[in-house]
Write a protein of this length. Structure first.
Ligand SMILES: NC(=O)c1ccc[n+]([C@@H]2O[C@H](COP(=O)([O-])OP(=O)(O)OC[C@H]3O[C@@H](n4cnc5c(N)ncnc54)[C@H](O)[C@@H]3O)[C@@H](O)[C@H]2O)c1
Length: 378
């Protein structure tokens, strides 16, 4: 075993939704993928010593702290997960890279394009690896779609249309939280969910959004104050966004996202049109891909459903038979595995800070376009 496995000490900052997911991925990745870098859960950080201690016990970390700088300086840590709210991503990422650590940062990269560019500068000055948590493009079904497209199975890509809707904030009586604050989250639906859709759009089309005409709205302007039930707080970032887009490769499309659409839980749906076919996907049925190809005999042509299985790497790392289905956590493990491989083989992970800043550029222009009410070039 000594020859096959080298360990890598990891630290996780923030232990909410996604910090827990990172921690589970670190625990599981070597069981799924076998030989390679094996993470050891060194230290976890959260806002208070009590919460950090509880999370260390729950998630299996050796040490805990409520000071993120202490985690970054910990000599046992080589790889750091940044799973705190958006406002902290820039400072934590830059500090981690300057301390010589690899960084797995959650999306969006930062609160502004300028902050994201600072992160790119820090990454360029470091030999360490980075990746941004755009997990949906690590789903074997989505990777398979990208492969079918690059193999020419739907011809020339002519259009991409997608939405990412959730109902996390649909209840207008739900109390105010950091995601509804421009100061703590940056933009709203744009940063939180349109960013994921953009990662899919760029990955699937093999191109980037080049022009945009967007519209944004705050649907529920006031929310109950969580600390004072008789008071309310003003929401100052977007609940919904819609955009017409052009891609650099000539394809056109529409993109939309909303955090206030009832019934949509993880409603990331998209379709890509080509000169010889169409592929569609829905994250709420994440093991399925639907393909229509004009190459079929017209008398039996129709959308076929491709169910993810061992033919679609890296599904077989998890399960030997198709149809047993993967889930969100498995996809997060795939993302981590790609980062560990990049560290081990000294290659680039995708999207690293350099690549993911393209998404931040589009997000920035989406908001500007909506405020200026005009088409903008990225
Ligand atoms: N890739 C995905 O699918 C996905 C899903 C959810 C969230 N996210 C991203 O992950 C980040 C966190 O979101 P979340 O849903 O986990 O939020 P959350 O509110 O559930 O958790 C945030 C955690 O960070 C901790 N925290 C806050 N300030 C801190 C500080 N100064 N030092 C240490 N810890 C601190 C909080 O106590 C909490 O444990 C966001 O950037 C979000 O966009 C990504």
């Amino acid at each position: 075993m000594a020859d096959r496995v080298r360990t890598i000490g990891v630290g996780v900052i923030g232990t909410g939704f996604i910090g827990k997911a990172h921690s589970i991925a670190y625990s599981a990745v070597s069981s799924v993928f076998g030989a390679g870098l094996r993470p050891t859960l060194e230290i976890v950080c959260d806002l208070s010593p009590e919460r950090a201690a509880d999370r260390a016990a729950d998630l299996g970390f050796d040490r805990y702290t409520d000071q993120w700088q202490e985690l970054i300086d910990d000599p046992g840590v080589e790889l750091i997960s940044i799973c705190a709210p958006n406002a902290l991503h820039r400072d934590m990422s830059v500090a981690a890279l300057e301390a010589g650590k690899h960084v797995w940062c959650e999306k969006p990269m930062a609160m502004s394009l300028a902050d994201a560019e600072d992160m790119v500068t820090a990454a360029r000055s470091s030999s360490r690896k980075t990746i941004v948590g755009y997990n949906y493009i690590k789903n074997p079904a989505v990777t398979h779609a990208q492969r079918l497209i690059s193999d020419g199975r739907i011809g020339r890509v002519t259009g991409f249309h997608g939405r990412y809707d959730v109902d996390n904030e649909a209840d207008e009586n739900q109390p105010y939280s950091w995601r509804l604050s421009r100061e703590r989250s940056g933009t709203g639906a744009i940063a939180d969910i349109l960013s994921h859709l953009l990662s899919v759009a760029h990955f699937i089309t093999g191109s980037e959004v080049s022009n945009v005409a967007a519209d944004i709205d705050v649907v529920h302007r006031h929310r109950p104050d969580p600390t004072d039930s008789s008071a309310s707080r003003e929401v100052d970032n977007d609940d919904t966004v819609a955009a017409l887009v052009h891609f650099a490769n000539g394809a056109h499309g529409t993109l939309g996202a909303s955090r206030v659409n009832w019934g949509r839980k993880c409603g990331l749906r998209w379709e890509v049109h080509g000169s010889r076919g169409t592929i569609t996907h829905d994250q709420e049925r994440l093991n399925e891909l639907r393909l229509f190809t004009a190459e079929d005999d017209p008398s039996i042509a129709g959308f076929r459903t491709i169910l993810t299985g061992p033919e679609h790497p890296p599904y077989s790392a998890f399960l030997p038979r198709g149809g047993h289905t993967l889930g969100y956590m498995d996809v997060k493990i795939c993302e981590l595995h790609q980062l560990l491989q990049a560290i081990e083989n000294n290659t680039r992970a995708w999207p690293d800070f350099e690549a993911a800043v393209a998404i931040e550029r589009v997000m920035d222009q989406v908001e500007r376009s909506a405020l200026d009410q005009r088409w903008l070039q990225i």
